[in-house]
Unconditional design. Structure first.
Length: 367
């Protein structure tokens, strides 16, 4: 545990230090987000934050491989995830600069999923009549689908300063806690690529947040959102693939399944936003890939919340779903229910409040 914490903090420190230099490069090469109708920001802001995250991850890999425990995690899985992530960062950098069309980006995301498959990172089984091994072609198709959905869910939620980085950091924390408890409580060996990749993902998000929180000095861009989505999906798929289905008893089936379910649980809000956006645009006769200002964070802000408070509300809802799901795998049902209820009550209470600026405005109007 100590070495993973060191790895996380190292990734955070490196990303924090590297990001200002990447910001200068983005400004030099003209990779700047102009103001569009759907945007909330009012000042043109440089992108390429994903490059800073990738550089921090690469440097962390080079240093952490010398640690006694974490160093054992640098196997075939870690190499495949690193290469797929590298490809998506390059694709995202091109999109941040040249605004690639949606089909090109989707094809690139599928190709990144293909890189994972080449390294044997895929869904092997599903909980059908207990545990059912999947035909290779079906497992590969499901793997690509999970990767595409996760990447685009993170990409859709990246519309507010600090929002995507914060949500992924919370999601990664819940996932890492689950993997660690899975090893301790049920004896599954998890000192591998999933724990390493998740720790680094949390670290780069935490290191990037001070530069990306409102008012943001740099955006992660598609280079960052696609990279983070891939890291989250790949960690979950790799963790599931390391579980031997023949060794899973009925008692252990629930915890062993959570690697597949947890990414969808922790990304429930972005996934709901993604689904609603697609339905909304299709019903309006528009392309599912078109843009608008009807995302959840837009609606929360229109209710009178500042950018910072809106991000905090979405952080809380993410944590309210993510952590109880992780706890439910190991704690008695009543403990999980109390924990979830307490978090839900606080989140609802906080979400129903209004920002200070909105209260001042309403008071002035009454006067």
């Amino acid at each position: 545990m100590r070495e993973y914490l060191v790895t996380l903090l190292l990734a955070a420190a490196l990303c924090y230090v590297i990001t200002p230099y990447v910001r200068k490069w983005a400004l030099h090469f003209g990779v700047v987000t102009e103001i569009r109708k759907r945007d909330i920001h009012v000042v043109p802001t440089p992108r390429w934050g994903g490059l800073a995250m990738w550089l921090a991850m690469t440097a962390t890999f080079l240093i952490a491989q010398n640690l006694s425990l974490v160093g054992k995690s640098f196997g075939n899985d870690a190499q495949g995830i690193f290469l797929a992530g590298t490809f998506l960062v390059l694709l995202g950098m091109a999109d941040d600069k040249y605004e690639l069309d949606a089909i090109t980006k989707l094809a690139g995301q599928a190709l990144a999923a293909g890189i994972l498959l080449l390294y044997g990172i895929q869904i092997l089984w599903l909980p059908i009549n207990g545990v059912t091994m999947l035909p290779p072609s079906v497992g590969q198709l499901l793997t690509v689908l999970v990767v595409l959905v996760t990447i685009n869910a993170v990409n859709f939620v990246d519309g507010l300063d600090g929002l995507a980085a914060g949500i992924v950091a919370i999601s990664g924390s819940a996932f890492f806690a689950f993997a660690y408890l899975l090893a301790v409580v049920y004896g599954f060996n998890r000192a591998g690529a999933p724990s390493l990749i998740t720790a680094i993902t949390i670290g780069v998000c935490l290191g990037f947040l001070p530069h990306n929180s409102h008012p943001a000095r740099i955006f992660m861009g598609d280079s960052g959102s696609m990279f983070l989505g891939l890291m989250l999906a790949a960690s979950a798929i790799t963790l599931t693939g390391q579980v031997d289905p023949n060794a899973i008893s009925e008692e252990k089936l629930g915890p062993a399944l959570l690697p597949l379910l947890l990414p969808f649980a922790v990304l429930a809000i972005p996934l709901a936003d993604l689904t609603l956006a697609i339905i909304r645009r299709i019903r309006a006769g528009k392309s599912p890939f078109s843009s608008d200002k009807e995302h959840l964070h837009h609606r929360i802000m229109r209710a009178g919340n500042t950018q910072t408070r809106t991000a905090a509300i979405m952080y809380l809802w993410t944590a309210t779903i993510a952590f109880p799901v992780s706890v439910s795998a190991f704690a008695p049902l009543w403990v999980s229910a109390i924990f979830a209820g307490a978090m839900l009550a606080f989140t609802i209470f906080f979400s129903r409040g209004k920002s200070k600026s909105m209260r001042i405005t309403e008071s002035a109007n009454h006067v």
